[in-house]
Design a protein around this ligand. Sequence first.
Ligand SMILES: [Zn+2]
Length: 208
Amino acid sequence: MVRPSGLAEEVYRRIRADIMSLKLPPDSRVSVDSLARELGVSQTPIREALSMLEANGLVSKKHFAGYQTAPRMDRAQLDELFEFRLLIEPHAARKAALAMPESDMQSLDASSGGAAPSHDAFADMDTDFHKLIAQGGGNHLIADSLARLHIHIHIFRSCFRKEIAEEAVHEHADIVRAIRARDGAGAEDAMRRHIQRSYGRLRDFIKD
Ligand SMILES: [Zn+2]
């Protein structure tokens, strides 16, 4: 992957926030020229930022047509995503309760989402939270396959009600409590409840 310059990183964050808030709508053309004009930078950092966005599935490069934002997740994709999460993440939480090093517990608290300043920032915290738990169990295949799905980016792009973050914060706290208590069964249950409730919160918003 491209090693981004500081400027490309900044441009990446700007474009990503616009995609997440739907200011740049799904399935629409992303013009390098007009972004360069709008942000007052050269094409190089824009192109670097776009390849970072391509790596996490927010844009794709179309032959001869430049970049395009990804389509919105549909109902079938949502169902598949949550079926997969329900198989993997409760198990990962059980393992994390038994195996996560004490030194990672603090990062877990920091990412459980207490005071996220924005929708975009909450998506990042939720990403880190679930990633730490997946890694905490020590199975790299589990951690990698979850990371590759870029679950949270796509979920939060589909739906931005404030309640999602508020409710998720309480559910995250239950998971952290069980992991801290080294309660494998409790962590598994709490993660299963969190994923089922997230699914319930999103289901009504994502049609067909
Ligand atoms: Zn979560």
